[in-house]
Write a protein that binds this ligand. Structure first.
Ligand SMILES: Cc1cc2nc3c(=O)[nH]c(=O)nc-3n(C[C@H](O)[C@H](O)[C@H](O)COP(=O)(O)OP(=O)(O)OC[C@H]3O[C@@H](n4cnc5c(N)ncnc54)[C@H](O)[C@@H]3O)c2cc1C
Length: 406
């Protein structure tokens, strides 16, 4: 097989970098993964993504990751839209309607940290993956025949790694994207998102494992994660002019939770953090031998659970193309198709849906709210419309559409 001795350098051992590395290595492509975090702090990352859509589960299954994740997650076929002001369920969508579209007609609620923990174990066990933890990527050079990544190794020394392609799976702050001067087009929401992790079983109030809750004053998302102890993650918008420390004080968190669900009892709050939400897509996903994937290429609001999922979809799309190039089955121009396909998905699906989702949850006009809720209800009640809705929300349609892009 022509060229398979040539190494791909992947920067970042997040979900995207690890999925890409495993998919490449399992096809015989040698990979070096560079990750700034080390054995001592790899599992100390703040809570982030965790809803894994059906198409993503199929991809995890292909690299042997699904079987590791399923026991650590919650199989959740149903998700809800709620009207907080009226304390009413608006609509319930059941992924079982996708039983002829996917082998996994459900989402798996399984947090990013568990995904990278299991994927890292698989990567460590693969002889084709050279894993460089506690190693920071600083810059790179490329020419017609290869790339050279500059890193600082665990001893604090500068080192270079040579390869045939370099993939930036470094996350939103991608050095590669900045060094290539690629514009990160889009906007940043003015409000911050507060994430509260709480050990409390919200199902006793009728909630599903995954809930999107509309409210003209304080919309929220509510998700269930497997323990022990079981935890629920709830997101609220907060005014950026408020004092961040005051927002995250225990009494303030308790008061917010009581406003959301007045139980009269202290909630067992196990964590909280604030984050800024961006909607941005890189103007280019590739310059020569340097390629962007995942958050390095696009970031979006978590309402709809699309960031990590679409990033993992980038990884598999890219892996398939790199393997074909390195086997000599295709020319490098198929990397332009990667950009056409995945940029299209980032703009027309991920961005479009997450922007719409936020607008839907935060809508203030009572007449528009009523109209939106009626439409959601009608969609959920009609199996044909509900299936079409689920194909979009689970990103299956985005993959089908991308396949039709030449
Ligand atoms: C609060 C929150 C909730 C979210 N919820 C969801 C959700 O429910 N569903 C969903 O699909 N998405 C969600 N997302 C988005 C999701 O977390 C990201 O899309 C996903 O983690 C991106 O994966 P990635 O591998 O591209 O980048 P990252 O996960 O950011 O990983 C990048 C890796 O690169 C490493 N790195 C960075 N710079 C360097 C360097 N210079 N040298 C070496 N290593 C480096 C980092 O240490 C890290 O390990 C959420 C995001 C947030 C903030």
């Amino acid at each position: 097989m022509n060229g398979l001795s040539q190494r791909v350098i992947v920067i970042g051992a997040g979900p995207v970098g690890l999925c890409l590395s495993l998919a490449l290595a399992q096809e015989g492509v040698p990979v070096t993964v560079v990750e700034a975090l080390g054995e001592d702090n790899f599992l100390e990352q703040v809570p982030r993504a965790g809803t894994n859509h059906p198409a993503t589960l199929e991809m995890y299954d292909r690299i042997g990751l699904y079987q590791k994740l399923e026991p650590r997650g919650i199989v959740a076929p149903v998700f809800h839209y709620w009207d907080r002001a009226a304390n009413k369920l608006i609509a319930a969508f059941d992924h079982i309607l996708l039983k002829d579209d996917t082998r996994f007609p459900y989402v798996l609620q399984c947090e990013r940290i568990k995904i990278v923990e299991e994927a890292l174990k698989l990567a460590k066990g693969h002889p084709g993956i050279d894993l460089r933890l506690s190693t920071s990527f600083t810059r790179f050079e490329q020419n017609g025949s290869g790339v050279v990544a500059h890193v600082v190794n665990p001893a604090g020394e500068a080192e270079t790694i040579a390869g045939i392609y370099l993939v930036s799976a470094e996350g939103a702050r991608s050095i590669v994207r900045k060094d290539l001067d690629i514009e990160f087009e889009g906007f940043t929401y003015s409000d911050l998102t507060l994430n509260i992790e709480v050990a409390y079983d919200f199902r006793r109030h009728g909630y599903a494992e995954r809930n999107y809750i509309s409210d003209p004053v304080e919309w929220s998302n509510l998700f269930h994660w497997k323990g022990p102890p079981d935890r629920w993650r709830i997101h609220f918008p907060v005014d950026p002019s408020e004092d961040e420390e005051a927002i995250c004080r225990q009494d303030a968190l308790q008061a917010r939770m009581q406003r959301f669900l007045p139980t009269g009892r202290t909630f067992d709050i196990v964590g909280s953090n604030l984050y800024i939400v961006h909607q941005r897509v890189a103007k280019k996903f590739r310059v020569g031998r340097a390629i962007l994937a995942g958050d390095a290429a696009h970031v979006n609001s978590p309402i709809g659970a699309m960031g990590m999922n679409s990033g993992v979809h980038d990884a598999f799309n890219l892996a398939d193309k790199l393997v074909k190039i390195l086997r000599g089955e295709h020319g490098e121009e198929i990397l332009d198709r990667y950009e056409r396909q995945r940029r299209h998905v980032a703009i027309q699906h991920t961005q479009a849906q997450t922007i719409r989702n936020k607008r839907l949850l935060a809508e203030k006009d009572p007449a528009v709210r009523r109209k939106n809720h009626d439409e959601l209800r009608r969609t959920a009640e009609d199996p044909k419309l509900a299936r079409a809705f689920l194909l979009r929300s689970s990103l299956i349609e985005s993959l089908r559409e991308a396949e039709r892009i030449p």
